[in-house]
Design a binder for this molecule. Structure first.
Ligand code: FAD
Ligand code: NAD
Length: 406
């Protein structure tokens, strides 16, 4: 009998956990497993703000796929997905095509720029190893240029972060740690540097615990971050941004705008003609796409509703990993005809956000609030737990975060 072909698209949290689980649970004679990814490495998107600020080298964040995946059991294809044709059970790649019996879509997120003028052209985003490295290099270049121009341009030392959600806040924390080092390195007076956060809501981290929000703002303000809340970023230019606050427009000169004000699902989903809700595939209980019994979706491309709040669950690595665990079970059940497909129910264990390497905030099980040292340790435990799950103790010791003071 022909072995079924299982194809996983994307090697982020969802794609990697799905592939590792399938590799472990399926025998070589039971199915052909293929993983397709743009790069030959997996990166932990949850560390990219550190790479962007330059507080952590990007080689710590990326993991070679062959280190984790058994290439004798999984066919790895380094290629870029162009579109999915579910009616033909086929995926178009930049360099060919691939057919499947079961598909797992795990193509992740992109920055959402909401049509704001100039953002696509002039702003930076934190979305991949390459985009994070570009931000680090760009900031260093501007600091290096500052003392090499006849008329030093203060816009080179102004960094604007658009959006005060978790990505914006975590990036600000890293910048707060990094800027003093950069000033020393490039002979720059620290008082000349401005790091400005522009957040449209009346507070950063809207909807999060107010005590922890206050703690985060105090911690970051004490390290020189300026907050402009209730202020919408309206336009981005090569040399500045325009914001609107209390009905008034203000222009802030800057050479560096980092847009961290929201994400959307990979645009391949909409372009491939799937039925979407907010750009994502609203999956059935077993994580299958509505009209296709052979297509599963995990991570930031999938939408699942939180019945309690009546709103979608936020796109997080935590949920992507849990979805992948459920999907690998269900794909195996269908591909081998053994067992039943299961419904997926996310278990939210909490939310912990770093404020640089030495401070953090979080809410964990039973609404317990954490901040400072305890939250910092918890954040590292979460990061290390993922490495252990993905690649066992070997990967944990190679890439894990063990220094609790840095
Ligand atoms: P991704 O991790 O985005 O992976 C998608 C993969 O698909 C990538 O490897 C990409 O290269 C590949 N790919 C994309 N397009 C193509 C293509 N056309 N062809 C081939 N391959 C392609 N969540 C948390 O739970 N906790 C956190 O602390 C946290 N911190 C975060 C910090 C930052 C700075 C950011 C940006 C996000 C953070 N998140 C966090 C959110 C989390 O990173 C995402 O929800 C998670 O990465 C989604 O996982 P995924 O598997 O769906 O996709
Ligand atoms: P987000 O959507 O959570 O936050 C975006 C922020 O930008 C919001 O506060 C919004 O009010 C603001 N905003 C939107 N348009 C604006 C404008 N024009 N001007 C000014 N402000 C504007 O996006 P995110 O922070 O990128 O997070 C994406 C996902 O990743 C979320 O689900 C988040 O929970 C997750 N994440 C989690 C962690 C963590 O758990 N530690 C860290 C980072 C990201």
């Amino acid at each position: 009998m022909k072995k079924p072909s299982i194809v996983v698209l994307g090697a982020g949290y969802g794609g990697m956990i799905a592939t590792v689980n399938l590799q472990k649970s399926l025998g070589i004679n039971e199915a052909n497993i293929t993983l397709v990814n743009k790069h030959d490495y997996h990166y932990q998107a949850t560390w990219l703000h550190e790479n962007a600020a330059g507080t952590l080298h990007h080689d710590r964040t990326r993991i070679e796929i062959k280190e984790v995946i058994n290439m004798n059991k999984v066919n790895f294809v380094k290629d870029t997905v162009v579109s999915i044709k579910p009616d033909e059970k086929k995926v178009k790649l930049k360099n060919g095509e691939i057919y499947y019996d079961y598909l797992v879509i795990a193509l992740g997120f992109e920055a959402a720029t909401f049509g704001i003028p100039g953002l696509d052209e002039h702003a930076f985003t934190i979305g991949s190893i390459n985009s994070a490295r570009l931000i680090r290099e760009h900031i260093e270049y501007n600091f290096a240029m500052y003392n090499n121009e006849k008329d030093p341009n203060d816009a080179r030392l102004t960094i604007v972060v658009g959006g005060g959600g978790f990505t914006g806040i975590e990036f600000l924390g890293e910048l707060a740690n990094r800027i003093p080092e950069l000033c020393k390195e490039f002979d720059i007076d620290k008082n000349k540097v401005r790091i400005i956060n522009v957040e449209g809501a009346h507070t950063v981290l809207p909807g999060f615990d107010p005590d922890l929000v206050e703690y985060a703002m105090n911690s970051l303000e004490a390290r020189g971050i300026e907050f402009k809340t209730g202020a919408l970023l309206k336009e981005c230019k090569p040399d500045g941004i325009v914001i609107e606050k209390d009905g008034k427009l203000e222009e802030i000169p800057t050479k560096t705008t980092v847009w961290a004000a929201g994400v959307r699902a990979n645009s391949i989903i909409e372009a491939s003609g799937f039925e979407t809700n907010r750009g994502k595939i609203e999956v059935r209980n077993d994580m299958r796409a509505p009209d296709y019994d052979d297509v599963f979706v995990v991570g930031d491309c999938a939408l699942i509703m939180n019945e309690e709040s009546g709103r979608p669950f936020p796109p997080t690595a935590q949920i992507a990993i849990q979805m992948a665990e459920a999907v690998s079970h269900n794909v195996k059940a269908m591909a081998t005809g053994s067992g039943e497909v299961e419904s997926f129910e996310p278990k939210i264990l909490g939310t912990v956000a770093s404020l640089g390497h030495d401070d953090a905030i979080g809410v964990v099980l039973n609404d317990r609030k954490l901040f400072g040292f305890k939250a910092t340790v918890m954040k590292k435990v979460i990061d290390n737990r993922y490495l252990l799950k993905l690649g066992g103790p070997g990967l944990l010791f190679k890439k894990g975060k063990f220094n609790i003071f840095y």
